[in-house]
Design a protein around this ligand. Structure first.
Ligand SMILES: Nc1ncnc2c1ncn2[C@@H]1O[C@H](COP(=O)(O)OP(=O)(O)OP(=O)(O)O)[C@@H](O)[C@H]1O
Ligand SMILES: [Mg+2]
Length: 329
């Protein structure tokens, strides 16, 4: 059974599909590339898988269980995390704070927590040098490292990475791809959305190409890499970038209302710091936690911790939540 099995997925905005019947699979230990021109529907596909926008049709099975109708927090708890386009970094949170927060959200025990943070610094030494800096002060490349480190810290079975290399220097991109290639060895399979097609095909075992919301190629990465006309043409978008930007600016940016909530418990000091930062950034602390949860929580989470305070990602707690904390059984 594949780790992720997507069949006939339809997804879009305000009920109008822009992704029509996508089939794709990610196996355990695989890096799979999802490629395609601007506006082809790559991000929409990832968002529908992660529950950020509704699935309009088809099925998504993760580890054999349907994800249909689950909130992004629930999906994260099930072990499917997303490193979003634009990285989703919180500018006023420090580097170390971001990593510790992610480890806390994942419910790691204290000893494991320190070890995982240390491991993140070993993987991304530049983050260690910047550990006390606010994330917003980091370079674009360092922010991407932080987003990857945050996603990796909980060792999710599946990490979906959207446009990791956007805006980064080619040498840095090469380094990041090399690091991502090592994720499966840590138990983390990867679904990689990329426009750096050549690099993506080097680290991926299999690839899918989306064209106007439909899969136009599914097969081995080596086969696709050998198709020179594809590799060359893949840099030409079939939808003007401005058009995509305009659609996004209009709003409806794909965040479904939270259908279900997930409770997270954080050490009080960490939460206090978080609330202060959230206020400084002019965002609600709940909103901040909610976003962090979808990029850094896995099934390891949810354990109550002594001395911690609980944050709910939903508007109103419901009694039935209690027994369902750990996500799909
Ligand atoms: N929030 C939105 N509201 C309405 N339409 C949207 C929204 N986001 C994307 N779209 C439209 O959905 C289609 C697919 O967009 P999507 O962002 O999934 O493409 P993509 O393959 O990720 O492109 P890119 O490479 O530019 O990131 C496009 O036609 C786009 O205009
Ligand atoms: Mg995109």
């Amino acid at each position: 059974m594949p780790l992720l099995e997507v069949r006939g997925l339809r997804a879009g905005y305000e009920g109008i599909p822009v992704v029509f019947g996508v089939d794709l699979e990610v196996g355990r230990g695989e890096v799979v590339a999802l490629l395609g021109a601007n506006g082809a529907g790559k991000t929409t596909t990832l968002r529908a898988i992660s529950g950020a926008i509704p699935q309009l049709g088809g099925t998504v099975l993760f580890d054999g269980r349907p994800l249909h109708g689950l909130s992004p927090e629930r999906v994260a708890r099930a072990g499917l995390l997303q490193v979003p386009e634009g990285r989703g970094i919180f500018r006023s949170l420090g580097v170390d704070e971001t990593l510790r927060l992610a480890a806390n959200l994942a419910g790691l025990a204290k000893a494991d927590l320190a070890e995982r943070v240390e491991e993140a610094y070993a993987t991304f030494p530049r983050l260690r040098d910047r550990r006390n800096q606010a994330a917003g002060m980091l370079s674009g490349g360092e922010q991407q490292m932080l987003a990857l480190a945050r996603g990796l810290i909980a060792r999710p079975p599946l990490l979906m990475i959207d446009e990791m290399s956007q805006g980064l220097a080619p040498t840095l991109v090469a380094d990041l791809f090399e690091i991502v290639a090592g994720f499966p060895a840590r138990g983390v399979s990867v679904l990689l959305v990329e426009q750096f097609v050549g690099r993506a095909l080097e680290v991926a075992t299999r690839a899918y190409v989306l064209e106007k919301g439909e899969v136009s190629f599914a097969g081995s990465a080596a086969t696709l890499a050998a198709d020179e006309s594809f590799v060359r043409s893949s840099y030409l978008g079939n939808v003007a970038a401005e058009e995509v930007a305009a659609a996004r600016a209009e709003g409806a940016n794909g965040h479904a209302p939270l259908g279900e909530e997930v409770k997270v418990t954080l050490p009080a000091a960490l939460l206090r710091g978080l609330e202060e930062r959230a206020e400084r950034e002019g965002v609600a602390a709940d909103e901040l936690v909610r976003k962090l949860v979808t990029s850094s929580l896995t099934r390891a989470g949810g354990r109550a911790r002594n001395g911690g305070r609980t944050r709910s990602t939903g508007e109103t707690p419901t009694p039935r939540e209690k027994g369902r904390r750990r996500g799909p059984a």
